[in-house]
Design a protein. Structure first.
Length: 83
């Protein structure tokens, strides 16, 4: 399993838990905004990225890229990861 696959699995699981979905129901290329994430969900995502992968995500990333997808977030974490 690649680093990206691990990241994708953990992030999609967090989102699925937050939104009471199955991981399989989350499309990698759909904008996160379509999942109706609230501010707490984004904070949880930021904390997960820092705790699990040593990557700092900022609120500005999501504000500046309102159509960011799950795949793009995971690729960013993978690229920036120190793990």
């Amino acid at each position: 399993m690649s680093q990206y696959d691990v990241i994708y699995a953990k992030v999609s699981e967090m989102i699925a838990d937050a939104k009471d979905l199955e991981c399989e129901d989350i499309q990698a290329d759909a904008p996160l905004a379509l999942l109706s994430l609230d501010s707490l969900d984004y904070v949880e995502l930021i904390i997960l990225a820092k705790r699990e992968f040593g990557v700092t995500l900022t609120a500005e990333l999501f504000i500046q890229h309102p159509n960011i997808t799950l795949r793009e977030v995971c690729e960013f974490i993978d690229k920036e990861s120190v793990a």
